[in-house]
Ligand binder design. Structure first.
Ligand code: IYR
Length: 223
């Protein structure tokens, strides 16, 4: 007997729903996620016990290349560490806004009202710093990971949806460049900073830009 080509499979956990129920659920999720907005003004209130753990496990259920799960989520709640992250991010962002940014990019950001000041990095009760594991290091040997950008992007999408569903506000923040996060969080060479997600409750009276989303006709083609 030759060995099986793959490990034993298990039955899929899947339930067919009635079409009306499918439509109802799709609409319900659309309405819920339509209310998700990038928030830049947070309240300092602490988060319920165990909530981030649940949301991180949802993020970790995303599909990934060869199921390598090439992500590490660093949850930062320590005020001193948040302060150092804010300081380093603002230093990079000042250079971005004063020197590196193109006129075209500046114009694109104008409707968002952003600048180099990032007080939310200290005020938000938690920062989730997402790292992409470009490869694994096993006993000093490099082991390849696959489609890591796509995989970690998908996990971040799951994470943002989970946090919103749980009743929290988030921001997808990409201070540029992000190398300082590797140093401050002491991550190894194989882990690359991917996204910084401040998490918390919106500040009282929080406002967001008046943005519109593209219509179905603008985002889809049907053939
Ligand atoms: N990283 C900068 C600039 C910035 C870039 C994009 I693209 C945005 O959508 C928003 C901001 C900042 O965080 O201010």
């Amino acid at each position: 007997m030759s060995a099986p080509l793959h490990p034993p499979f298990v039955p899929l956990d899947f339930e067919r729903l009635a079409p009306a129920e499918m439509l109802r659920r799709a609409r319900e999720l659309r309405a819920e996620l339509a209310r998700r907005r990038s928030v830049r003004h947070f309240a300092p209130d602490p988060l319920p016990e165990g909530l981030l753990e649940e949301c991180l496990l949802t993020a970790g259920s995303a599909p990934s290349g060869a199921h390598r799960q090439p992500w590490t989520f660093v949850v930062v709640r320590d005020p001193e560490l948040k302060r150092r992250i804010r300081e380093a991010a603002e230093e990079e962002e000042r250079k971005l806004y004063e020197e590196r940014i193109s006129d075209e990019w500046r114009a694109a950001l104008a409707p968002l009202g952003t600048d180099a000041n990032k007080p939310f990095l200290e005020i938000a009760p938690a920062l989730i710093v997402v790292f992409r594991r470009a490869h694994e290091l096993e006993n000093g040997e490099k082991r390849a990971n696959y489609y890591t950008q796509e995989s970690v992007g998908l996990a971040c999408g799951f994470l943002l949806a989970a946090l919103h569903h749980a009743g929290l506000a988030t921001l997808t923040h990409t201070p540029s460049p992000m190398g300082f996060l590797s140093e401050l969080l002491e991550r190894p060479e194989n882990e690359r900073p991917f996204l910084l997600i401040p998490v918390g409750y919106p500040a009282a009276g929080c406002e967001v830009p008046n943005l519109e989303r593209k219509s179905l006709a603008e985002i889809s083609l049907w053939r």
